[in-house]
Ligand binder design. Sequence first.
Ligand SMILES: Cc1cc2nc3c(=O)[nH]c(=O)nc-3n(C[C@H](O)[C@H](O)[C@H](O)COP(=O)(O)O)c2cc1C
Length: 335
Amino acid sequence: MTSLRTNSSWIEPYFIRDICIDPPLVLAPMEGVTNKTFRRLIRSIGGQGLTYTEFVASKALKDRGKKALAMAEFDSDERPIAIQIYGNDPQIMAQAAEVVEDLGASIIDINMGCPSKKVCANSGGSALMKDPLHAVAIVRAVRAAISVPLTVKMRSGFDHTQRNAPELSYMCQEEGAEGITIHWRTREDRYGGQRAIDKITETKSKLSIPVIANGDIIDAESAIQMYKETGCDGIMIGRGAIRNPWVFQEIKTLLSGRQYTPPNPQERRIILERFIERYREDFRYEKHSIGKIKQIAKYFYSGLPNGEDLRRSILRSKTVDEIESHIQDFFGSHT
Ligand SMILES: Cc1cc2nc3c(=O)[nH]c(=O)nc-3n(C[C@H](O)[C@H](O)[C@H](O)COP(=O)(O)O)c2cc1C
């Protein structure tokens, strides 16, 4: 059992227009991870106030491509849900946003943070941070096309010579964005770099809309540190939620000043088995589902004695049945 001395205002909800994000803990968009099945897993444990789809290409959405529409799918009780779109053409982004609004998104989010070569080569994702006027032209076009709230997710800058998140965020706000998420890294940092959250703090001091802080939050202590140092309105968690899907519950409980009991091995087993079963149902072709299950389930071992053995056996498995039997054997010896 863990407890922490906290300031209860850290866990106060924030609002994106009239949408209450309560608790102010957000599941980050993650390509290949935060599909409907993974988000169901997180929601079944709870503690998050908002979930994001993985990013969806605006061009494919505008053309109502089958794969893009599947990526934007969400359960009818998944509320609020933010659907994230990416691209570089303001008109195509606006048309994609209309499609997403029709699908029933609570919030539409524009990606200005993706570091991938493929996305940046087409001047989308974090490459937009290098061209603020073009970036805000996208915000303007999308804003004019939809009536639901619009938010933007970016990095602190493209590289260390251009850490312009506060200025660009302000411009986005003036064009009608209603929330900004900032991952403290630059595009150049990718997933490394030295922790520097000064641009989140500066953005928060400049803006009147909510600012959500992101990057390396993995537990209540790192969440509190981020709140204290930046004054942010909410926090977003990505990789920490893959490694530990209970992270939102843990933070919510501890920041509310209550004691937290982490899940025992049997609770972990039940969740993991349910997750795999859903994957099997949602991804019809075994080859596809096994790759996805391996990508995500390999993290679930963390913190368990001999968990590394489970990770290795999951990665070596050739069928979903094999994965399930390794999980049964593993947890059978941890009762
Ligand atoms: C596998 C993976 C896929 C990601 N895909 C997206 C994405 O589709 N859209 C986006 O804005 N950020 C994406 N990100 C970045 C995360 O949303 C987040 O900003 C980043 O991982 C830092 O947060 P963390 O330290 O809590 O993981 C991705 C990150 C990972 C690890």
